[in-house]
Structures are given as structure tokens and as C-alpha cells.
Design a protein around this ligand. Structure first.
Ligand code: COA
Length: 498
């Protein structure tokens, strides 16, 4: 069975068990692993490392594309395996270890990881572990449902372990477009001018001599839990679609909008579902993670083409899409995250970036990562790559969280990921604030009038009114600006005074 998938016959003698292959990884090494949003993860080697760490303490520095699925990040954290972890995660157990200071987490713009590796700021991997659907006649690696950083990690690593996953549909081959920018000073412009351009190769072109081990697996794709749309996410979608319709009517956007980038998470996914009922068609996605909503839009005849760096689907959607891949594959491409998230390409294509905020403030600064200003949630991911360079940078969130104890609109964000200079549009279920071309005090009006939950409206008005009396380009009461977060920490509600 595997012989058809390892087409360079001389590599057949590198097949070994996961335990044998994992023995190539030594204490203190930097390891690169495939995996992005729970798609295309290395699975057998992390499991074997966890098993080994139970017997024999072991620490590694782990670099991936983004988060791993199947609880792997949590299992590795629990086993004490992770000394340093980059560039993104989304696991509750690892999150606890990061916030307890047990794992050094380097939260990075996803497009920049391999640039920093090239420049020597982060180490190149001693070993890269890449899940593959096939190895070609020339010994090149065909990834599975994500590309992420796999190509650059495999190219940079001293040795490569391939996890050949027989459970993946062979039709995945042909979906990938691997383009790796040259080192400086010989870097050329990225020759990608349309969402569906192919500019690279269908496999990762490494020297097959570097393949030190091949582990045969048969593991199903990881399912990514996705909450269904609810009344609030539907309202957010309606506000956004109304805004797009007005932009088209004014001639500022074309009838098929502009290439869309849609961030991770249930809210952004639900917002995309809202486009199914809209009047827009011939849409394109130039995004990072392709979620359930991308395939719902294909099925509804709304989406023409989707470019991403991973396909991250819920269980039911994943089962169906991977079984029927032939139906979609001509309209899909998976690229390295350096290209899917590249600022140069995002700016050239003029993307509309839709990402999720944890909170934003009355001036439009956005916090996507830190709960209460200190505790890491997931990481910035690709949201910064897109937001700074988008034609339209949009953030969505529900106006309250935790049964109303938290307002997502606050006087001052407790951590800044996206500054007021980068953010164009903010949307909650209450309404939409268009911040383009507005001065700070004008932005406050747009945000308070449109986005704030009624329970917090008067308190924000009062804060701004008193701050305005103090004056300034961006008025604040510095002694009070973070008092809502302090109230939450000490009293369990943002408006319960201390
Ligand atoms: N303060 C504290 N907690 C908050 C909050 C706030 N202001 N707003 C929301 N939350 C909580 C929610 O209650 C929920 O908690 P739970 O997990 O205990 O139920 C959790 O945060 C997630 O919020 P949810 O409303 O379900 O949103 P989501 O699943 O869409 O995730 C982010 C939102 C911001 C965490 C997620 O989008 C993210 O990690 N973004 C950063 C990376 C990124 O944007 N990448 C984009 C490029 S692909």
C-alpha cells in the first residue's frame, strides 16, 4: 500500500516505527513540525515523544506553522516536553503552562517565522517532522491538509522525518503551491497578482538524503470544533453584509467585493456563513485557514476560488470535504504561510481582512490575544499580517462576554495587538463603526454609538465625557483607563466599583 505513496524506491529502507524515528530527537534540540490550525499535523512523533518523556525527561524547542490538533500541544506541555514554543497555539493545557511561566511562548506574526529563522533570530531545526500524503519519484514531500511552515522547516532542518499518512486522500497531491522566497539580497518580488495564481511547485523540494526516517500512519484528519452561528453572530454578519452592500452601491467595492481573508474562530466562521444568504457571488478567499464556511460558500455557488495555507474543518464537514475532494480541488490552493500571509501580497491584492477581537477600546485599538492584559489566549496568529496591509481591516466580536461581566468595548485595551492606525471597521451585534478617515474623538462617537452593549453605554459615555474635559488628541483618564479590568479581576464584573 505505502509503495505507491513512496515513489522514490530507495527511500523504502528508511521506514521505521515512530519510537525509532523519535529517537533521532535529542534533549535540547529545536524541532520543526508540520501543522497549522490542527490540519496536517505531525501526529505519531509527538505522541512517541510524550511517551518517551514519561520515562526519560526530555525538553525541546518546538516550531510549527500554528496550533496543533488532537490535544497534542496539551499532551506535550503536560509531559514537560516543551521548553520553548512558537509561533501560535490554541490548547487549554498548553495555555495554562504558558501563563504559569512553565513554557516560553514566542507569539509571532505567522508570516515572519521563517524570516526570523533566515536572519538567525530563532534557531533552524535540528529535525523537522512533516506529515505527507506522498513522497514523489524525486524524493520530494507532498504535504497533507496544511503547508504552514513545513516547507521552510524541512528545507532548513538537518534531518527530516516524514509521517506518511495513508488515511489522507491521495487527491490532496496537486493542491499545494510551494514557493519559498530567496535569501536577501537576491530576493525578488513575489510573482502573485491574482488569488488563483500558482507560482511554485506541488511538493517540498528537499534533498531526499536528508530524509532520515519515514513513519507510516493511518490517522484521520483532526476535527476542529466549531460553534454554530447564533443570534449575535448572525447580527454581526448582517451588519457587515449591509456595509458591503453600501460600499458596492457607492462604487468603492466591486460586486464580488475583494479577496477576503477570514480569521480563525467561531465568530469569524459564522460571519462567513452569513454571506451564503447575501447577494454577492464570484467571491474569492485569500486567507490563511480555510474553515467550514469556505466549503459552505463553494456549495452555495458564492465562492469562485480559495487560497489558504491549511484546511481546518469540523468533524462532519471534514469527513465530507476530504471524501469529495475531487469536487473542490480545481478551485483550491494551499501555500506556505509566508505567502498566504505575506504583507506584500495582501497589499497588492487589496484584501478585506476579517478577524476577531477579544476587546477593543473607544479609539479603535484591538486586543486579540491577552485576557485581562496578562493571560495569553491563543496568540496573534496571522491577524497582524493581514490587518496592517488590508484594504479594509475589519474586527468582529460580541459586545459582551461571560454573561455580561465583560464588555468587549473598554476605555483602554489592556494589551494592544492592532493599533488604531490599522483598524478600519469594528462590528458587534449592536452595530458597525466605520472609523476610516476619522480623528480619535470622532472614532469614539462612532464606536460608542454603534458597538457598545446597552449595559455599558452610560459608563463609557461618562468616561469619555470626563476624559474630554482633560483634553488631548486622544483623551484618557490614566488613573481610570484600566479600572474596568481591575474590577473584573477583583470583583468579577467590569462595572462593580472597587
Ligand atoms: N475578555 C475575556 N474573555 C473574552 C473576551 C474578553 N473581552 N471576549 C471573549 N472572551 C472569551 C469568550 O467568553 C470565550 O471563552 P470560553 O472559551 O471560555 O467560552 C473565548 O474568549 C473565545 O471567544 P469566542 O467569542 O468564542 O471567540 P472565538 O472562538 O471566535 O475566538 C479569539 C476569538 C480572539 C480568541 C480568536 O479569534 C483568536 O485567537 N484570534 C487571534 C488569532 C487570529 O486572529 N488569527 C487570525 C488569522 S487566521
Amino acid at each position: 500500500m505505502y509503495s505507491e505513496r513512496i515513489r522514490l524506491v530507495s527511500l523504502h529502507d528508511r521506514i521505521m516505527s515512530a519510537e525509532q524515528a523519535a529517537a533521532l530527537i535529542e534533549d535540547g534540540m529545536t524541532v520543526g513540525m508540520s501543522g497549522f490550525g490542527g490540519a496536517g499535523d505531525a501526529k505519531a512523533i509527538p505522541a512517541a515523544l510524550v511517551e518517551r518523556a514519561g520515562r526519560d525527561p526530555l525538553k525541546i524547542n518546538l516550531i510549527t506553522g500554528a496550533s496543533l490538533g488532537k490535544g497534542l500541544d496539551g499532551l506535550m506541555a503536560e509531559a514537560g516536553l516543551l521548553a520553548r514554543r512558537m509561533p501560535f497555539q490554541g490548547d487549554p493545557v498548553l495555555r495554562r503552562a504558558i501563563n504559569a511561566g512553565e513554557v516560553a511562548f514566542i507569539d509571532q506574526h505567522l508570516s515572519e517565522v521563517v524570516e526570523q529563522m533566515r536572519d538567525g533570530h530563532i534557531p533552524t531545526p535540528d529535525v523537522a517532522v512533516v506529515e505527507a500524503v506522498a513522497i514523489t519519484e524525486r524524493g520530494h514531500i507532498v504535504p497533507t491538509s496544511s503547508v504552514g511552515n513545513s516547507a521552510s522547516l524541512a528545507l532548513a532542518a538537518k534531518r527530516v522525518i516524514v509521517e506518511l499518512n495513508l488515511g489522507c486522500n491521495p487527491l490532496l497531491e496537486g493542491l499545494h503551491d510551494i514557493h519559498v522566497p530567496a535569501d536577501r539580497p537576491d530576493r525578488q518580488p513575489i510573482p502573485l497578482v491574482r488569488v488563483d495564481d500558482r507560482i511554485g511547485t506541488p511538493a517540498i523540494e528537499i534533498d531526499p538524503a536528508k530524509i532520515a526516517a519515514i513513519v507510516i500512519c493511518d490517522t484521520p484528519e483532526t476535527a476542529y470544533p466549531m460553534l454554530p452561528p447564533d443570534d449575535e453572530t448572525q447580527a454581526i454578519a448582517n451588519h457587515l453584509i449591509g456595509f458591503f452592500e453600501r460600499e458596492v452601491a457607492r462604487g468603492r467595492l466591486a460586486g464580488n467585493l475583494a479577496p477576503l481573508q477570514v480569521g480563525v474562530g467561531s465568530i469569524a466562521n459564522a460571519v462567513m456563513h452569513g454571506l451564503i444568504e447575501s447577494s454577492f457571488s464570484d467571491l474569492t478567499l485569500y486567507s490563511e485557514v480555510l474553515q467550514d464556511s469556505a466549503f459552505a460558500l463553494f456549495d452555495a455557488g458564492r465562492l469562485r476560488f480559495a487560497s489558504g495555507c491549511s484546511i481546518t474543518l469540523s468533524e462532519d464537514c471534514g469527513r465530507r470535504v476530504f471524501a469529495e475532494l475531487g469536487k473542490y480541488r480545481e478551485r483550491l490552493v494551499l501555500r506556505p504561510q509566508e505567502i498566504s500571509n505575506h504583507p506584500e501580497v495582501a497589499r497588492r491584492l487589496g484584501i478585506i481582512g476579517i478577524n476577531t477581537a477579544l476587546e477593543f477600546d473607544i479609539y479603535g485599538n484591538v486586543n486579540s490575544t491577552h485576557v485581562g492584559g496578562t493571560r495569553m489566549m491563543n496568540g496573534i496568529g496571522g491577524s497582524g499580517d493581514f490587518t496592517r496591509n488590508a484594504r479594509l481591516a475589519i474586527f468582529v466580536t460580541k459586545s459582551i462576554a461571560k454573561d455580561g461581566a465583560i464588555s468587549s468595548v473598554v476605555p483602554m485595551v489592556s494589551h494592544v495587538d492592532h493599533t488604531e492606525h490599522d483598524v478600519d471597521i469594528l462590528v458587534t451585534e449592536q452595530g458597525l463603526a466605520d472609523l476610516r478617515g476619522l480623528a480619535p474623538r470622532e472614532r469614539v462617537r462612532a464606536i460608542i454609538d454603534n458597538c457598545v452593549h446597552p449595559d455599558y453605554h452610560a459608563a463609557l459615555e461618562d468616561y469619555f465625557e470626563r476624559a474630554s474635559r482633560r483634553g488631548g488628541q486622544t483623551p484618557h483618564l490614566l488613573g481610570e483607563a484600566l479600572s474596568w479590568h481591575l474590577n473584573l479581576e477583583e470583583r468579577g464584573h467590569m462595572l462593580k466599583a472597587i
